[in-house]
Design a protein around this ligand. Structure first.
Ligand code: SF4
Ligand code: SF4
Length: 286
């Protein structure tokens, strides 16, 4: 089973639009939404949740009030100021465990912290594994790994031949978690200088992990000079530019109707996304 991660240097470049279109064009894929901080693939695919599990990304301190003598040592020593009125605020607690060592009464224990949920859902394009990180929680890289692990596991059992992963934006820990072990990444960029810069950073990350990459220039016609710059940079890096999608308001019309651009006729965008899908699948299986 192959794994394809669709990624961009920042949000709002059309990454999810392309993921949803690929989900429609694939005949035997499982979907993994790795954008656990701001997932939006569900807005197009309208998943019906079949299974929901809690995710623990770490632990937080807990004070046993029966044992606590309110000496105040832990309040003073916690450098994250997570203890107020002898109660630990689990959002502020960084789980460093220091307070458990300084408490003279052994009144503090570490407890697993529920940091979010992950889901297995059915969509009109097949099964989707996705997640939601709790408010003010971090460790989204670990949750991305959880989503990917379960998508792969379910996909193997269902004899899917591809996992399509909608990656998070940026180049941080969640991005690394979404691309490691992938067979290919598709970087979606826009013809702006920041788009060019972000694309280069993502390509550097992919190169570091020896993951083959391809590029799609979304809205390529809004600045042909910058599109040329992107093409030149990709040529130097020997990274194929497999798709050029024009700017078209029909893409927004499709999203409003909760359709992917492969389902809703967006003219050249729809044609080009189909061509790009052919190129990507050929590269994956060649
Ligand atoms: S575990 Fe660390 S951060 Fe949490 S309350 Fe104790 S000292 Fe503070
Ligand atoms: S150090 Fe222990 S006994 Fe002292 S206030 Fe904190 S929890 Fe209570």
């Amino acid at each position: 089973m192959k794994q394809l991660t669709i990624i961009s240097g920042k949000g709002g470049t059309g990454k999810t639009t392309i993921t949803a279109a690929f989900a429609h064009l694939s005949k035997n894929a499982i979907l993994a939404d790795s954008d656990v901080d701001a997932a939006d693939l569900h807005l197009i695919l309208e998943p019906e949740i079949k299974q929901q599990k809690e995710y623990s990304g770490g632990s937080a301190a807990f004070i046993d009030e029966q044992k606590c003598i309110q000496c105040g040592i832990c309040v003073e020593k916690c450098r994250f100021e997570a203890i107020k009125d002898f109660v630990v605020d689990p959002i502020s607690c960084e789980g460093c465990t220091f307070c458990t060592y300084v408490c003279p009464e052994n009144a503090i224990v570490m407890r697993e912290k529920i940091s979010g949920n992950w889901f297995v859902s059915s969509t009109r394009e097949g099964i989707m594994v996705h997640a939601k990180l709790g408010i003010a929680e971090d460790n989204s890289g670990k949750l991305v790994s959880v989503v990917r692990h379960h998508a792969k596991d379910i996909g193997e059992k269902n004899k899917n031949n591809l996992v399509i992963i909608d990656g998070p934006p940026g180049i941080g820990c969640p991005v690394i978690a979404s691309i490691t072990g992938a067979d290919m990444i598709l970087v979606v960029t826009e013809p702006t200088l920041s788009g060019l810069h972000d694309m280069e950073r993502v390509l550097d990350t992919a190169k570091h992990f020896s993951i083959p990459a391809m590029v799609c220039v979304n809205k390529y016609d809004i600045n042909s000079e910058n599109t040329k710059k992107i093409e030149k940079k990709c040529a130097v890096r020997k990274v194929p530019v497999v798709g050029h999608l024009p700017y078209d308001k029909a893409v927004i019309a499709a999203m409003i109707r909760k359709k992917s651009v492969a389902e809703y006729d967006c003219g050249e965008v729809t044609k080009n996304v189909k061509k790009m899908w052919d190129k990507v699948t050929r590269a994956l299986w060649e």
